[in-house]
Design a protein around this ligand. Structure first.
Ligand code: NAP
Length: 151
C-alpha cells in the first residue's frame, strides 16, 4: 500500500546514498523513503537496480560524485568494495571517501554518515575483550595480516 509521506517532517529534504544497490545501502534507502526523504542513490551499473532516482557515479570519478551530491542535505557513504584484497580495497576506500567528503563540503551538505566496520577497531589481541571500543581504538595491523582475518 502506498505510504502518505506528505505530513512527515523530512518532506523536502534530499539525501544521497552511495552504492545504493548494496546490502546496507538498500536498507538505508528504504528507511529514508519511509521517513519522507527524497533519495538520490548512486550506482555503478544502473541496470542492476530498480529503484528511485539513480545516478551513475564511481567513487574515483569526482565529477560524477559532485553531480550526485549537489543539492543534497545529507549523504550516507556506504559504497565500498567488500574484499580482503588490499589492492582492490584501498584506492576506493581512501581516495573514494576523500572524494565524497570533498564533494559534500563543496555542496555545503549538512551531514555525512560513513559506514565503517567493527573489523577496523576490535581486532587487537593486546586489548581486553571487555573494553568498549570507539573511534580511538584501531585493530592491530600485524595481527590482522598474520591471522589473515580482516572482517
Ligand atoms: N554488511 C555488513 O554486515 C556490514 C557490517 C559492517 C560494515 N559494513 C560496511 O558497510 C559498507 C557496505 O557494505 P555492504 O555489505 O552493503 O556491501 P555491498 O552489498 O557489497 O555493497 C557495496 C556497494 O559499494 C559499491 N561500490 C564498490 N566499489 C565502488 C566504487 N569504486 N564506486 C562506486 N560504488 C562502489 C558496490 O557497487 P556495485 O554494485 O557496482 O559493485 C555496492 O553497491 C562496507 O564498507 C562494509 O565494510 C558492512
Amino acid at each position: 500500500m502506498p505510504v502518505d509521506t506528505s505530513s512527515l517532517p523530512c518532506q523536502g529534504q534530499t539525501v544521497c546514498v552511495t552504492g545504493a544497490g548494496g546490502f546496507i545501502a538498500s536498507w538505508i534507502v528504504k528507511l529514508l523513503l519511509e521517513k519522507g526523504y527524497s533519495v538520490k542513490g548512486t550506482v555503478r551499473n544502473p541496470d542492476c537496480v530498480n529503484l528511485m532516482l539513480c545516478i551513475c557515479a564511481d567513487l574515483l570519478d569526482y565529477e560524477s560524485l559532485k553531480e550526485a551530491i549537489q543539492g543534497c542535505d545529507g549523504v550516507f557513504h556506504t559504497a565500498s568494495p567488500v574484499t580482503d584484497d588490499p589492492e582492490q580495497m584501498l584506492e576506493p576506500a581512501v581516495n573514494g571517501t576523500k572524494n565524497v567528503i570533498m564533494a559534500a563540503a563543496e555542496a555545503k551538505v549538512r551531514r555525512v554518515v560513513f559506514t565503517s566496520s567493527i573489523g577496523t577497531v576490535y581486532m587487537d589481541p593486546n586489548r581486553s575483550p571487555d573494553v568498549v571500543v570507539d573511534e580511538s581504538c584501531w585493530s592491530d595491523l600485524e595481527f590482522c595480516k598474520n591471522t589473515k582475518v580482516f572482517n
